[in-house]
Structure formats: structure tokens, C-alpha cells
Design a protein around this ligand. Sequence first.
Ligand code: HEC
Ligand code: HEC
Length: 486
Amino acid sequence: MPLLHHLTTPERFSKQASAVSLPIIMRTTLLTLSIALTACGGSDDSTSTSPNLPVLPDDNSNQETHTHWLPAGGAATINSDVARPFLQIIPKLPSHLLGGVSTGRELFITQWTPANEGRALFDGVGPLFNANACTQCHSDAGRKATYLPNGELSDAILFRLGDKQGIAHHYYGEQLQHQSIDPSIAPEGKMQYTHTTATPDTPAGTKFMFTPADSNQPLGSNAISGRISPQLVGMGLLDLISDADIIAAADPDDHNQDGIRGRVHWVYEGNQQQVGRFGWKAINSSLRTQNANAMSQDMGLTTSVFIEPNCTVNQPICWTAENGGSPEVSDSSLDAVVDFMTALAVPERRIDDLQAFNQGANLFAEVGCASCHTPKQKTGESIRFPLLSQQTIYPYTDLLLHDMGLGLDDGVKEKNAESYEWRTPPLWGIGIVARDPEARFLHDGRARSITEAILWHGGEAEAVKTRFTQLTDAEKENLLRFLHSI
Ligand code: HEC
Ligand code: HEC
């Protein structure tokens, strides 16, 4: 049974593509960099505002008193635009880079068509896929609605399938694709959800149910791991943090005995070992691989990085579909998408009371959030985007994997990341995401608020979560206000 065939006519697509607006880029180049914020005095009064805090471990290297804030994303910072906060291009981009960036933007927003429908540059989607445009999952408003009424889910949530040993499903592969280009190739099935009730340890959450299109292909013992689409902020900056800095922050054996043991997700790219950094489990080591992986798994588009269609050996009909070129996305198109992603700006902080903001920042460090959500990082050198070189940035991530406990273990190991390990997600822009009352948090969007997201933290973050719950109401509010401003 064909379940979802959302594709519309080619005419509609070409209209979409021609709607690509270079003026957006031009407009943003006119915006000036936000002014560096300077605090009006010392702010080491945090101890007096937080008498309940337990004594912290000595070695809390991320703790700092804030007297001076540089722009949130260095030279890639943009004034926060309430109407379209994300997917903005960094201001002052040198004009020779605009070509690649605007082509990349076009490839990012276009709705890709199946092979041979007369749009050579934009065809080859499927045969199996989740969505036919990057923007169907990554919108300029941040996160798309995921949990719809009546147990239905939007296209913007993906499902990884597998087990604790890291073995993908023999038929569906590592990711479920619920759409297909043609009724003769059955989509894989349909996912729905129900709510689960709160326990003393965790807030209410969600549970997924799968109905296979082919009843002979049940999930068996495979687990389902839902993945919501994160807001894309300063992707090029995260790509430029040096491997050495990420490796130096890892503490897999907890030598400093602070209970936090981040570890690098070493992944193979070809036969080279690389530091994984993108995705909820950091399975992709570079922006280029991440984008090629999205094209492959989410959209059914082949690239020189992932040259095979996203069909498993047990899906013979899937292999018979016509392709849109080999590969379907050329290296120059892939590079243009990387240019566009690299040019994504960071919305500036929104601070109305600097003293309260500084207190929130101190609480964030004292409670221990900053032990994983590293406030400050530095970029290395970029030859292609020199203005992104050597920038101080505030992404609030260490890009490391952490054991987040049983509550967040959903049974699927990916590459070398265990089922209970997750990469610390960057928190810049999280407050903008949270302005949408429908916004969801954590890898599968089970949390309906930032507070719920914190209460799901376990494993290495258990003690930190407990410290959070022990804050006074006023302190909690201060911490949350801080998170809403970064
Ligand atoms: C069907 C929805 C969907 C589509 C289509 C999609 N993405 Fe994503 N994207 C996601 C999800 C979900 C994640 C997180 C995946 C994970 O970690 O398991 C993600 C992650 C990413 C990330 C990494 C973000 C981070 O913080 O590490 C980038 C970059 C990205 N996508 C770019 C793209 C590009 C470029 C395209 C189009 C070629 C695209 N995506 C298409 C859903 C989608
Ligand atoms: C041990 C490391 C660690 C500590 C300590 C920690 N976090 Fe996290 N945080 C994570 C990881 C890993 C995730 C992603 C978990 C998931 O998606 O299942 C996360 C997720 C989040 C999210 C949701 C992000 C999103 O994109 O949906 C928020 C908000 C957050 N943390 C805030 C905090 C705050 C506030 C504190 C301190 C009270 C804190 N964290 C302490 C590692 C940590």
C-alpha cells in the first residue's frame, strides 16, 4: 500500500527553485556585526545568590566570571531576526563566495524531483526517502512541528533502526524511509506515537509504533530511535573547531573525578579515522560528510561520498529505480551546499538585563552544565572562508559523546556511539527555538520544554541534574532566562 506520495508536479518545483532570492544574501551583507557586550562590573556575586549549591569539584576549568562577552559567533554573528532567525547568511561575506553560497541555498530549498523529469540539476530523489527538500526538515524558524495530533508525525522526524550491537535492520537498513517516488516501490511503513506517563525519575515522554507496509518485514528485535531535525546555526564554525581541542577536552577515564567523562566519537571516513562531530550521535566528522549523508539517507540522493542508492541488499525492487545521474548530486553541487551551510550565521544573544544574564551564566557553570555544554570554543584556520578563522565562539558544546543514562537509552548503537551515548548538542539559539510553544527538545523531541529536557539528563549528568532540581525557584528562573538569551 502506498502510504504517502507527497510529490507534486515538476512545474511547481521549477517555480520553487526560481524563487531563490539572492537579495536575502545581499540584504544580510548590509547588516553590521553586533556590538561586543561589556558587563558593567564584576559579577562574582554568584555565591551569594546561590547558597544552596553544593561544593563544586576543584577542577571546573569551564567556569569563568563574565565581564566581557564577545559576539556569540565571532565574525559570523548576525542580529537576531525574529521573523526568520535561522538559515541566515553571515554578514560581510566576501563577494567571491556569494556565488557558491547562493547556488547552495538553491539546492537546499528546492524540492528535488525523481529522475528524468527534466530538471537535471535537481533530480534523483528516492526511490525511498523521508522528504524531498532539506527545508522540509530544517526551516528558518528552527525546528519544524513534529508531533501532530492523533498520534501522527510530520516528515521532519527521522527514525534510526538497529540494536545495541550496532547492527542495522536486515531489510530497512539503518534508517526508515516512509515515502517512495512510485507506488510500485512500496514505502517502508508508517510510524506513529503515543504519550507515556511520567515516572518519579522522568517526565512524560513518547513511544513510537511502527506499521510495516509489508507485513512480512516486521521490526523484530530492532529498536526505534527517533531523531528530530535540529536548528542549523553556525555549522561552518563547528566544522572548524580543531580536532586537537575536542580531543583535549575528552576525559574518558574521568581523571579529574568530576563525574563527567566525555569521549571522542572516532569514526572512519574511507580508511581514515576522524573525529565525529555532527548529528545527535556525532556520526559524521565533517559538514561535507554530514550533508552527503543527509542527501543519501533522508532524500535518496547519491553523491561521490555515498555512491550507492539507499536500498539494502534485501530490497531488490529498490535497486531497479532509474537514477538521476551517477552520482545524482555532483561534487560541485555538494560543495555549494557545504558553502551555504558554512555561511550560516549565529544569531546574537538577546540580553535585556546584563547582570541577570551574568548570574545565569555563573549558575550554568556552577551547577555543572558547562562541563559538557562548553560555553566557549575557538575555530582553527579556514582557507576558503578566512573570516571564520581564529574566531572565539559560544556554541555551548564540547562535541563529545556522554553516557546520558537509561532514560535516554533507546537501544540503537550507531558507529561507535553506544545506545546510551549522545553528543552534547550546541545550545546557541535554543532560546529562539523555545519561543515556539510547539518546539520539542532532545534527540527524539520527547521534552516539551527546556526544563523537561534537563530533567531527562541522567548518567554522567545525573549529579548535575540533581543540583539543578535543588536550586531555588528564583535561581532556576535565572538559569532558564540565561538559556533563553544565548
Ligand atoms: C527528513 C528530514 C531531513 C531532511 C530532508 C534533511 N535533514 Fe538534516 N537533519 C535531520 C535530522 C533528524 C538531523 C539529526 C540526525 C541525527 O543525528 O540522527 C539532521 C542533521 C543535520 C545536520 C547536522 C546538525 C548538527 O547540529 O549536527 C546538518 C548540517 C544537516 N542536517 C543538513 C542537511 C542538509 C544540507 C539537507 C539537505 C541535503 C538535510 N539536512 C536534509 C533531518 C533532515
Ligand atoms: C554529561 C554532559 C551534560 C551535562 C552535565 C548537561 N548536559 Fe545538557 N545535554 C547533554 C546531551 C548529551 C544532550 C542530548 C541528549 C539527548 O538528546 O538525548 C543534552 C541536551 C540538552 C538540552 C536539549 C537540547 C536540544 O537541542 O534539544 C538542553 C536544553 C540542555 N541539555 C541543557 C542543559 C543544562 C541547562 C544543563 C545543566 C543543568 C545540562 N544540559 C547539563 C549533555 C549534558
